[in-house]
Design a protein around this ligand. Sequence first.
Ligand SMILES: Cc1cc2nc3c(=O)[nH]c(=O)nc-3n(C[C@H](O)[C@H](O)[C@H](O)COP(=O)(O)OP(=O)(O)OC[C@H]3O[C@@H](n4cnc5c(N)ncnc54)[C@H](O)[C@@H]3O)c2cc1C
Ligand SMILES: *[C@@H]1O[C@H](CO)[C@@H](O)[C@H](O)[C@H]1NC(C)=O
Ligand SMILES: *[C@@H]1O[C@H](CO)[C@@H](O)[C@H](O)[C@H]1NC(C)=O
Ligand SMILES: *[C@@H]1O[C@H](CO)[C@@H](O)[C@H](O)[C@H]1NC(C)=O
Ligand SMILES: *[C@@H]1O[C@H](CO)[C@@H](O)[C@H](O)[C@H]1NC(C)=O
Ligand SMILES: *[C@@H]1O[C@H](CO)[C@@H](O)[C@H](O)[C@H]1NC(C)=O
Ligand SMILES: *[C@@H]1O[C@H](CO)[C@@H](O)[C@H](O)[C@H]1NC(C)=O
Ligand SMILES: *[C@@H]1O[C@H](CO)[C@@H](O)[C@H](O)[C@H]1NC(C)=O
Length: 629
Amino acid sequence: MLLPVFLGGLAAFPVVLGTTSACSSALKAAVATDAAAFAARTYDYIIIGGGTAGLTLAARLSADKSVTVGIIEAGIYHQGDPVILTPELSLPGGGGNATYDWLFTTVPEPGANGRSIAQPRGKMVGGSSGLNLMAWGRGSREEYDAWKTLSGSSDWSWSALQPYFARSQTVDQQYQTNPFPGASSSQEAASFTHGGSGPIQASYNVLYPDIIPAYVQTWNNLGISTNGDADAGTTVGIFNSRSSVDRQKGVRSYAANSYFEQSCARPNLFIVAGAQATKISFKKSNSGKHTAQSVAFTVASRSYTASTRKEVILSAGAVQTLLELSGIGNAALLKSLGITPLVNLTGVGENLQEHVFSIAEFQLNSGHLTFDELNNNATFSAQQQALYAFNHTGWLAANDAAQTFTPFQLTCNVTVQAALLAAFDNYTSSHKLTPLQSAQYKLQRQWITTGNVPMAESILIGRGAIAPQAGDSYMTMLMGTLHPMARGSVHINSTVGTAAPIITGNYLDNDYDVQTILQALKFVQKLGQTAPISSDIATIIQPAVTDDDDLIDWIRNTLSPGDHLLGTAAMATQALGGVVDPTLTVYGTTNLRVVDASIIPFTVGAHIQSTVYAIAEKAADLIQGKSCT
Ligand SMILES: Cc1cc2nc3c(=O)[nH]c(=O)nc-3n(C[C@H](O)[C@H](O)[C@H](O)COP(=O)(O)OP(=O)(O)OC[C@H]3O[C@@H](n4cnc5c(N)ncnc54)[C@H](O)[C@@H]3O)c2cc1C
Ligand SMILES: *[C@@H]1O[C@H](CO)[C@@H](O)[C@H](O)[C@H]1NC(C)=O
Ligand SMILES: *[C@@H]1O[C@H](CO)[C@@H](O)[C@H](O)[C@H]1NC(C)=O
Ligand SMILES: *[C@@H]1O[C@H](CO)[C@@H](O)[C@H](O)[C@H]1NC(C)=O
Ligand SMILES: *[C@@H]1O[C@H](CO)[C@@H](O)[C@H](O)[C@H]1NC(C)=O
Ligand SMILES: *[C@@H]1O[C@H](CO)[C@@H](O)[C@H](O)[C@H]1NC(C)=O
Ligand SMILES: *[C@@H]1O[C@H](CO)[C@@H](O)[C@H](O)[C@H]1NC(C)=O
Ligand SMILES: *[C@@H]1O[C@H](CO)[C@@H](O)[C@H](O)[C@H]1NC(C)=O
């Protein structure tokens, strides 16, 4: 996530990372070039968006030598760029910089006291997997089983997705440092068994801020147990998240340097980078459905068109508006802009969900070793940079990994739990709900009352984030929603294919979401006063208030995005207003699929990248007519 305040991080420094692949020169040529040559070919599959899902799919589909795959990606490949690759630099990494980020923002959000909220999205080969904070984990079983309910297909469930989660990752078996007290050794051992031999390298850190054991112990003392295997179907508890970091190389493992580098030398895989797709064109088939034939794209203000024999796959991410630009969406909206509607699908661009966070910052007593040391101690920083340049270890290869996922039962007394449920029920009874919302909230209400699916997340950032003072060290906490009730939207506001989408988050537009964060924030204030972490803490710096109304104002003023936008092309039945069916095909079309975070019909309480990779792995099987056993 993007912190609401400036983070005094290290400036990027040049290191040479020895990752020149066999295909890098071919790739550079493909990138620099030749949009005309790309457009001249007819592909079996055109993938729009070479991001997290798009590159995964491209690698799997192009394994079949008999087909051709063409990728159209708006960004370029930042191969070997330390801003992307160095784990410690990922906060903020390429976020907020036009070289890497689309720099989208929401409309002014009333729930955030009128602020427009930045919504970073990766614009590069690798997409948001090159921009994210590398937390690597799965949600809870019930959250994926919800997809079965909403899509009406048993193809999508926790158990159906397991082989695809495994296929995308390799869990590092060597670096098993886990300084989190309280995990049972059997859970810990089991946590190493979820991987396959997939392209994404998932690993624990080797180094941690020295407060971690006391911090974890404090959560335990407050009744929140350590979860030694949060990928096994329940995320409740405090756990040491793995990161998508290749521990051998000490670099971010993301779609570009894994899936893409492993496939880009294939003669049947093509990419045009720096190319923005602006429209998909269809012909109407005898069935009355629309068949995608070609994709128009723009490179440096020149327009081109590439054609497909089989399919077009939209992997442009959850804030894309290409469906609407291509005539698929709410007919009334399309007509108002002069676009002839081909398919009247009112769910397109709706159902936007995002985890949102607030922040608290504690100053530590002197003598603690946190990431702040890189800013505070020039000798230490120089040593760490030299070490990283030497063998890619040390503090620059580390990042934050302590996450706590809580249902209300673990953080609130019964009176407050009842008030939260009342706020939830008040929302559902006082709003006109879409059929999809009704189905979602029905599931969510069960999760709230049983407490088996967490509703809030607290993340430790082992450094100062709000105006850190030289010489001091900090513990920053981010508290957010895992199942917000707010539903936003992403729509076009013009027919210009390269115009930015209008993103309306509606963040904190309801009391349930506000109270969810408020209770998490109050719990973290209590945590800071509880032993043993209390003896490491000098003072809570922010928020400096304790009254509920003041805290709510703090939450609105500091609201920041969790960067898990999803749901805008929901996989749900047509009765529920879905956009894609369980084969991920857009309703009303024969050969246009959406494969990315936008198909997730209902948010999962997790950092969602591994879920997106699993979706793309599964989509590859669906497209190739295989099933995974
Ligand atoms: C700052 C940040 C931090 C995050 N932190 C975490 C984390 O720690 N852990 C975690 O699990 N998840 C995290 N996430 C979320 C996760 O990375 C994303 O949900 C996931 O990568 C989305 O994958 P996608 O394939 O849907 O979209 P993307 O990976 O964003 O891919 C979309 C691609 O399509 C391209 N594109 C878009 N429009 C067009 C067009 N018209 N023509 C051509 N190309 C186009 C884009 O340039 C991009 O490359 C974070 C995200 C961000 C942005
Ligand atoms: C953005 O990134 C580029 C490339 O890494 C860098 O040269 C530039 O200084 C960055 N801009 C800002 C404002 O950080
Ligand atoms: C589009 O679909 C919506 C919802 O089903 C319906 O209310 C509307 O009348 C339709 N519009 C057109 C032009 O068919
Ligand atoms: C700075 O870092 C160096 C190298 O790790 C260490 O020896 C020294 O004690 C540190 N200085 C302070 C003031 O902490
Ligand atoms: C990296 O180099 C340091 C300093 O020489 C050494 O202590 C460490 O063991 C090395 N790590 C690895 C994984 O090679
Ligand atoms: C429950 O918690 C709230 C908020 O912390 C507090 O005001 C209230 O007194 C508590 N109620 C009971 C019965 O403990
Ligand atoms: C219930 O929701 C309505 C509409 O959002 C709101 O105006 C009202 O204040 C809420 N009531 C309570 C008791 O929260
Ligand atoms: C949408 O376009 C209209 C007309 O150009 C403009 O007035 C309006 O401000 C735009 N809306 C947003 C949210 O940008």
